[in-house]
Design a protein around this ligand. Structure first.
Ligand code: MRU
Length: 346
């Protein structure tokens, strides 16, 4: 990849600042977990897998800051670090998956001295990042097989290299099809209010010379109706046991329109995005973000002062609208309840 989303280097966490793309390609350095928590909350890093990696790296930084003389004291403080990181964004389950994995690794090594545990936590965070890249490539390989030669593909938000360790989930499918020599074209929804599609998806696809056309969100339906879209693929922030999927606000509308127009609608996500404890999508917490994201575009006010605003950052697409869920272990379709459980060996 021609950019690095997140990286551990010299005991610092380095992240490309996604709030400044595409105008500026700036890398921020974080030396403490509070900084990483702020970066997640402020969307310097965003996208479910990427915030899972950031949270894990935040825990590794936090572990270095803890002063303790026993494992129990160390672990209590590590739990506090995880609580701070866990309060940043509620919807993407990968964040909590990353935190739980780091706590489990600490507990598994409780007999070791604290410095060894700190090193093990650092190594774990680095390997979560490396694994994510490999997982995205597998998602890309499975998904590419579903894409027909010459397909026009619609995607929403950014489920790309910027939302993962690299390569992406939905954009992994697109990259996989492109690398397989299929002559694909992408339509990127701009994705109001934060403009992940316009600012990030368009930027990273252009960098890779993958043909991309930007549309505003309200154009997707008409393009589908007039036969200009063949395939839809999006990422996910949390997938419930029955296949209901939370993803960026606007995904539900895309899915309903795709069904109405008989266009396949796929979700691409790693297994770490499954939350099989939740029976259905009604139980997924939906983040509500600041009203300013709606009343302003790139700092310019576009609405009357004092107007009431809603800003749910995600919606839930019922499983019946989803043609299939593309994971690193293969594509699941039909009876999600049974198939998703089988995927994780339950
Ligand atoms: O608010 P964001 O930008 O973090 O939302 C991101 C999305 O909704 C992505 O589609 C999702 O996290 C999948 S990323 C591979």
């Amino acid at each position: 990849m021609s950019f690095r989303t997140i990286e551990w280097r010299d005991n610092k966490v380095i992240m490309i600042d996604q709030t400044r793309l595409p105008a500026e390609e700036v890398y921020n350095e974080y030396t403490d977990f509070q900084g990483v928590a702020e970066a997640i909350r402020g969307m310097v890093v965003r996208g479910a897998p990427a915030i899972g990696i950031a949270a894990a790296m935040g825990v590794a930084l936090g572990a270095r800051e803890i002063i303790a003389d026993s494992f129990d004291t160390f672990y209590r403080q590590l739990e506090n670090v995880c609580d701070v990181l866990g309060r940043t964004r509620p919807t993407a389950v990968n964040l909590f998956w990353g935190l739980e994995r780091m706590k489990r690794v600490a507990l598994q090594h409780k007999e070791l001295d604290l410095n060894s545990i700190r090193e093990i936590l650092k190594a774990e965070a680095i390997s979560i990042e490396a694994e994510d890249l490999a997982i995205c490539k597998e998602i890309g390989r499975h998904g590419a097989a579903l894409v027909k030669e010459g397909a026009a593909i619609l995607t929403h938000c950014n489920a790309g290299g910027l939302a993962t360790a690299g390569y992406g989930t939905a954009l992994g499918v697109i990259r996989g099809a492109h690398e397989a020599g299929k002559n694909i074209r992408v339509f990127a929804d701009e994705t109001r209010p934060w403009l992940q599609g316009a600012r990030l998806t368009a930027w990273e696809l252009m960098k890779d010379s993958i043909p991309v056309t930007l549309i505003s969100d309200n154009m997707a339906g008409w393009l589908m109706k007039s036969g200009q879209i063949d395939f839809c693929v999006v990422g996910a922030d949390r997938i419930a046991a029955n296949g209901d999927t939370a993803n960026k606000i606007g995904t539900y509308s895309v899915a309903v329109l795709a069904k109405e127009n008989r266009i396949p609608f796929y979700v691409a996500a790693p297994i770490s995005t499954l939350d099989l404890k939740l029976a259905n999508g009604d139980l997924i917490p939906i983040e509500e973000r600041s009203s300013e994201e709606v009343t302003k575009v790139q700092g310019v006010t576009i609405a009357p002062e004092g107007v009431k605003v809603r800003n749910p950052a995600f919606d839930v697409t019922p499983a019946r609208y989803i043609t299939g869920i593309i994971t690193e272990k293969g594509v699941v379709r039909g009876d999600y309840e049974t198939e998703l459980k089988a995927l994780v060996g339950l």
